[in-house]
Design a protein around this ligand. Sequence first.
Ligand SMILES: NC(=O)c1ccc[n+]([C@@H]2O[C@H](COP(=O)([O-])OP(=O)(O)OC[C@H]3O[C@@H](n4cnc5c(N)ncnc54)[C@H](O)[C@@H]3O)[C@@H](O)[C@H]2O)c1
Length: 378
Amino acid sequence: MASLRVLARSSHRALLVPHIAPSHSPACKRSLSTDADGIDKVAVIGAGQMGIGISYVAAKTAGVDVLISDRSAQQITKGLQFVDTLLGKEVKKGKMNNEEANRVRSRIKAASENGLQDGEFAEVDLVVEAVSENLAVKQTIFSQLATHLPPHAILASNTSSISLSTLAASAIDQKTGQSRARQVVGFHFFNPVPVMKLVELIPALQTDPSVLDTARGFAERMGKTVTQSADTPGFISNRLLMPFINEAIIALETGVATKEDIDTTLKLGMNHPMGPLTLADFIGLDTCLSIMEVLMRETGDSKYRPSVLLGRMVSAGYLGKKSGQGFYTYTARPPPPPQKERKDDGTDADPPYGNAEGDVDVGLGRLLLKSIGADKKQ
Ligand SMILES: NC(=O)c1ccc[n+]([C@@H]2O[C@H](COP(=O)([O-])OP(=O)(O)OC[C@H]3O[C@@H](n4cnc5c(N)ncnc54)[C@H](O)[C@@H]3O)[C@@H](O)[C@H]2O)c1
């Protein structure tokens, strides 16, 4: 039976969303993990930029064991090397000693290829799915997780745009046929995870309130501030950001101003760290288009119509920084200088995040760090 309940624990304004009371099937009588302090072991599915960042912060800040899994063993190797790099920098900057870094590193382990089916996840309290943004792939994973994870485990997804209620519906134990939908929750981190302080928490319609509380508590253990969004397209973040970026593109295409003046107005007039067209280039114009299409399709509201220019640019392959051409032109980063620059205090001025070559995502990480001043603090 549907009822309305208040879903604002720490926000000032109450958020009213329809709540479908969880059913009391036998599966629901299993005890759920209700205490965030009781979470000792986390699994992360997907060792891409988000999965690795989540693993690193879970091990370092929350101090839990992390089991990381990916369909590509190479991705895991690459990700663990990145963790080593991050820890090496912490040591070099005196933020932790070697012993602490080794302790953090020893908490992160790679799952074997069939680890889920072979019982390696038997002691996992919470899993964060962070595989590519593809509904069918995520649905398959949620069905596998529902089959193989211990009964109390929380099943969280880092999806940016897929409905949590839809994912929860696929969390069915393939052996017993029982639904674990009430244990599914959205756990939306931001990139780069070690730097960005926010997690958006998104309950599916089916999520049990105790699961939501535990997930919130664990995000806080990871040092994050939590906001809560209803399971609506784009959640809070992209529902507000993407129409803003889209409107900036419409302003450009209708001749309101040049791209430079649009960006400068928002930077200097509104104190934004970067203008909306630059930000669109760094996010990727294909990503921006796809989120606008989700907003438009799922709400049917014409205010989310993607700009014609945005669609044309994506068709032309102008995807932003990753393709070298977006609203601005990006050239490859020059090779690193033979000698490291020295900071005023005489220490090496290494980039705080990423490798010397710098791929697109790490480039975004650096830019974000710079934009919030974290490059200087670290
Ligand atoms: N990149 C961002 O800024 C950002 C921010 C917030 C949320 N997200 C979300 O996080 C998720 C991951 O994004 P990302 O940027 O880390 O992507 P990514 O492409 O860097 O990594 C995805 C990883 O998933 C792995 N993978 C794909 N299918 C798999 C499967 N069936 N089983 C196991 N592993 C599989 C891939 O090998 C890859 O390592 C997506 O849902 C995305 O929407 C991304």
